[in-house]
Every structure is written in structure tokens, then in C-alpha cells.
Ligand binder design. Sequence first.
Ligand SMILES: Nc1ncnc2c1ncn2[C@@H]1O[C@H](COP(=O)(O)OP(=O)(O)OP(=O)(O)O)[C@@H](O)[C@H]1O
Ligand SMILES: [Mg+2]
Length: 229
Amino acid sequence: MNEILIQNVTKIYPMGESKVYALRDISLSIKQGEFVCLLGPSGSGKSTLLYVIGGLEEANEGRVDIFGERITDYDQNQLSLFRRNYIGFVFQSFNLFTRHTASENVQIPLFFARRDKRTRKEQADGLLELVGLKDRILHKPGELSGGQQQRVSIARALVSDPPLILADEPTGNLDSKTGKEIIELFVNLNKDNGKTIIIATHDKAVAQFAHKIVYLRDGCIQNVEENKI
Ligand SMILES: Nc1ncnc2c1ncn2[C@@H]1O[C@H](COP(=O)(O)OP(=O)(O)OP(=O)(O)O)[C@@H](O)[C@H]1O
Ligand SMILES: [Mg+2]
């Protein structure tokens, strides 16, 4: 079954008098449980494609269906509910709250979902254990290494148990060894927990783990490679 169906998506950013075509007539389908890698030079549209899939940016043309829901027809309220239930985002810059502990940072989505305090803490701490941070639960981001901070943000992306994880350059701020460990974490989440994962990256090493590699250039899909792994 196709979990994500992208049909003829175009995204234009207005820039004063001119327009930037960030995505041009993109069509792509992604199956449930696939590990997908978006590769391409800077400015090719990787982040924009992730944001359109995640409903953070609106397409100018085309349709995006996720689990049979046409999210391109959604209003802002429907989109935020959809994101909360279906999608976990991981960003290059971690986006953690510096004054809060690892556990509190992971609990944030559950706070918005109005879970009680005890459930929040149990779920958050369980996920921190899953990402290898059992003994760092009370640390604040400034007291953690870059790789550990990224693990916290991955735990936060997972805490609502979304079926789809979107990651934008998740290893971009990490050294290559730490980056490798983070990629291993994604690979395991895909294999063991069945998460569908889409990673935008410059790092060709990520591609070896992907079922599908999408090469972008100037907002167009240049090539889609299927990997038997
Ligand atoms: N908010 C914006 N306003 C105007 N143009 C934008 C905006 N965001 C992105 N763009 C343009 O859209 C194009 C695609 O950008 P995008 O961020 O998707 O590229 P990318 O492949 O993620 O690049 P990188 O590898 O550097 O992260 C670029 O030409 C960029 O300049
Ligand atoms: Mg980008």
C-alpha cells in the first residue's frame, strides 16, 4: 500500500518581483515501512519536499495523500492535528528547549496531546532509554553532546508513536562517527518498529541503507533508485 502519494507538486516561493521554483511537478510514491533518502545539492528542494509532505509548507499545485488523506485540502487546524498524530520531525539543529531537561523536551508533544504527568514522564523516559540516554534523562541540552541532543530530538519525534518520521539533515551538525550512530538508530527504528522514514541529506553514506533513493536537482526529480537491502 502506498502510504504517501505525491502527485504533480509544485512549490513556488515569491521573492519580491520574481519567483523561486523550489519544487517543479514532483510525483513520487512511498510505501509503508520504506526507508527513503532524498539526495541532491544545496538548494535542490530536499527540505521543501519534506515540509510539503509534513504539511509545514503548502504546495502551490498538486496533491499529497498520506494514508489516503488528502492533506493538500486540509486547513491549518486539520494540518496540525494530522502532524500530531502521524508525523515526527527531526531537524539538523535539534530544536530543543535549552532550559528544560531531556525528559521534559521529549514530553512536549504529549503535553499538547493533554496526557497526564505520569504518562508523559513514563513514555518520555522509556523513549530516552530506547535511544540510549537512560542515564541522561535529567540533563539539559547544554549538558549533552551534539549526538546526544539529536537522540533527544529523535525521542521527541517518536513519543506520539507516529508512523512517519521526517528528518532534515539529521546528521548535518555531527561528526561522522556520531552521524553514523544516529543513522543506525534510524535504520533500527525502520527495521524493528516499522517506521516509514524519509531523510533529506547530503551524506551519501545514508543512501546505502535506503530502500529508495530520490535524487533531486533544481526542484525536479532526476532519478529514483530502488535498493534491494
Ligand atoms: N522561505 C523561502 N523563501 C524563498 N526561497 C526559498 C525559501 N525556502 C527555500 N527557498 C529556495 O527554494 C529552493 C529549495 O530550497 P530547499 O531548502 O528545499 O533546498 P535543500 O535541497 O534543502 O538545500 P540544502 O541542502 O542547502 O538544505 C532554494 O533555491 C531556496 O533558495
Ligand atoms: Mg535543506
